[in-house]
Write a new protein. Structure first.
Length: 655
């Protein structure tokens, strides 16, 4: 599916100049910064004080020394805790510290001027009679210190809340205070909404279901005259990348109405009540601009089950959900506001959100068929030069299981590969390299020893060969021993057609194919290797699903068994009660074990009886490093093996 650039009400390249900040705002902010700077300077200067302050003990020694005290010309009392001393001839003072503090000006200050020593008082009177000048003045810094300690913090707080804090914006779009509780929903005007159903490739069934919504938004009187009401909420359900958001935009584009988009996570904030306030503001805005479409993406972020899982029932998320439920109930029948929501986890949504009157219409957006994939590839390659050897239909048929986002990534990777090779057009080889990167990962620059390389080849050929030895088994499209991603080798199965029904034989063949690598290790090296860990995990999970979910065990019969696999934080129960006994649990384990042992024995027997073919393929794989399905079939025919046609389904088996 295509995804044109549509990131807000002001699209890029619209031609409008950016908003300029007014001079008055800049000068006002600068003035406040200057005032704060001056206050901080005064605070610093008052805290640091003068650098010519001497110790009180040194001052007492100077006063009591008959010879040095005669050099004091004037003493000034400043306030109650400081005095200033002027000296006539500071160079002749005996104390080096006093001489240094006095400096060239012959002046220093003393803290804690408490003249309560009788001897010091007598000496002071003596000096006054001999001509000592004594003065007293107010401490100018006393009032400033009180201001700094009492008033300045209040001034700074006022400036912070009135001028600085409003500049901090909520990352979801609102401002602080009043703007913080407003809805951050992005509005797309109907004049700028250029996406229609023609831009959405495939999804014919979903577009047909939504066409009724479009007609209602265009002409609501057509439905209301007979008393019909269109569902208020439509839930789009599907895997990630299938085009749910794009389809919602296309509905608004077809109807020509405003489109409001918001993500479920944007409601949740650290402050209690903000999410509910945003919901109220969002629905009020939608009602004021009706007819319109309100789209909530990833609604499971806020719409999970209430009162379940870890946590209480009064958190911010549940309050926000309650407000959404209330607003959707508050819609009047005449209000032409359609709420679309998208999720890939409908199983965790609250039941009140899905009841009739709210999101009662569910539209499944599934992975596209090969016709849909072909249409999507045409959309994503229409601006890319393609070579003549490109067959988009063949590419679309091979890429089973890919979503629209995956196909877009595939086309982009092919263009990047062609660019790196400095080609003028994108050819078939570029798409093959891009498919390998997307499906099985990029190549690893890892050097394997010849023995490790041959061991990997035996393992991968063991996976592949058993598919030719079993009728109707899935056959690989490519076998590789080039390290990619986390694996040393890969078997890539690409089906010839879409398949939706799988029976017991299919899953048994799958188990044999998965066990083929481990069986080859035991056959050639007489022991299993740790590289089969991922194979065993896949096989064990598949066998357990066959027994507990699909009723494929003869001993247990057509029953399903409740196995706790849900996560607590998704809103499920803390611990699911098991609905079967210990004896049944032991029987389930026994049946799973039987399926796995049977598959392992079958794979070992098939490879043991046809080892000559395995050696032929391994030798070719060692020299070429990669073999396609046609090349493997040619090798088997040359060795005398009769190749029969078979169908396959999407599977990747790695080491």
């Amino acid at each position: 599916m295509t995804n044109p650039t549509q990131d807000g009400s002001q699209p890029q390249g619209s031609g409008k100049p950016p908003k300029k900040r007014s001079f008055s705002n800049i000068s006002g902010n600068l003035g406040w910064l200057v005032i704060l700077f001056l206050l901080l300077v005064l605070l610093f200067s008052s805290s640091v004080g003068n650098n010519n302050t001497v110790l009180y003990s040194d001052f007492v020694k100077l006063m009591l020394d008959d010879e040095d005290s005669k050099k004091i010309r004037k003493i000034t009392f400043i306030g109650v805790d400081r005095i200033s001393v002027d000296v006539n001839d500071h160079e002749s003072i005996k104390d080096e510290r006093l001489k240094e503090k006095a400096g060239t000006r012959g002046k220093f200050t003393v803290n804690r001027a408490k003249l309560d020593d009788p001897g010091l008082v007598t000496q002071m009177d003596k000096l006054i009679r001999n001509g000592l000048l004594v003065d007293q003045q107010e401490d100018n810094f006393a009032g400033l210190s009180w201001f700094i300690m009492m008033i300045l913090p209040a001034v700074i707080l006022i400036v912070f809340f009135l001028f600085i804090l409003p500049k901090f914006r909520d990352p979801m779009g609102g401002g602080f205070l009043s703007n913080y509780i407003k809805s951050p929903a992005k509005k797309y005007e109907k004049t700028k909404m250029k996406i229609t159903f023609e831009d959405v490739a495939g999804l014919q069934h979903a577009k047909g279901e939504l066409q009724e919504i479009v007609e209602f938004l265009k002409s609501p009187d057509k439905f209301t005259r007979l008393g019909a009401t269109i569902p208020k909420g439509v839930l789009l359900v599907g895997p990630p990348g299938t085009g749910k958001t794009l389809l919602a935009r296309a509905v608004a584009g077809e109807a020509g109405v405003p489109y409001y988009s918001i993500s479920g996570s944007e409601f949740i904030q650290m402050f209690v009540g903000v999410g509910a306030s945003r919901v109220r503001d969002m629905f009020k805005t939608a009602k004021d601009n009706s007819p319109c479409i309100l789209f909530i993406d990833e609604i499971d972020a806020v719409g999970r089950m209430r009162g379940a899982g870890v946590g209480g029932g009064s958190d911010e998320r549940e309050q926000t959900l309650n407000q959404i439920l209330s607003e959707m109930d508050g819609f009047q029948p005449t209000e032409t506001v359609i709420v679309l929501a998208a999720t890939n986890r409908p199983d965790v949504l609250d039941s009140a959100l899905l009841r009739p009157g709210r999101f009662d219409r569910h539209i499944t957006i599934d992975r596209p068929t090969w016709q849909g994939r072909l249409a999507i590839l045409k959309v994503h390659t229409r601006n890319k030069p393609l070579a003549d050897n490109i067959n988009l239909e063949m590419v679309a048929r091979k890429m089973i299981g890919m979503t629209g986002a995956d196909l877009r990534n595939l086309a982009n990777e092919a263009a990047l590969v062609a660019t790196r090779l400095e080609k003028d057009k994108i050819d078939r080889a570029d798409f093959e390299v891009a498919a390998d990167r997307v499906l099985i990962g990029p190549k690893r620059e890892e050097v394997l020893t010849p023995e490790d390389k041959r061991r990997t080849a035996y393992h991968e050929v063991g996976h592949a060969l058993v598919t030719w030895l079993m009728p109707g088994a899935d056959r690989p499209q490519k076998v590789s021993i080039i390290p990619r991603g986390q694996s040393l080798g890969v078997n890539l199965n690409a089906p010839d057609e879409d398949r939706f029904h799988h029976g017991l034989d299919h899953f048994k063949n799958q188990l044999v194919m998965i066990m083929g690598g481990r069986a080859a290790d035991k056959l050639v090296y007489n022991q299993p290797y740790a590289g089969a860990e991922s194979d065993l995990k896949r096989a064990t999970r598949l066998a357990r699903m066959m027994v507990t979910h699909w009723g494929m065990s003869e001993k247990l019969g057509p029953m399903t068994f409740k196995v706790g696999e849900e996560h607590v934080f998704l809103g499920k129960e803390m611990q699911e009660a098991r609905d079967f006994s210990e004896q049944t649990a032991a029987l389930i384990d026994s049946e799973v074990q039987n399926f796995l042992r049977q598959a392992d024995d079958n794979a070992f027997q098939l490879l043991s009886d046809n080892r000559v073919y395995m050696e032929k393929i391994v030798d070719e794989l060692m020299s070429r490093e990669e073999l396609l399905r046609d090349e493997i079939e040619d090798i088997l025919r040359e060795a005398g093996f009769v190749v029969t046609p078979a169908k396959s389904s999407t599977t990747i088996a790695d080491s």
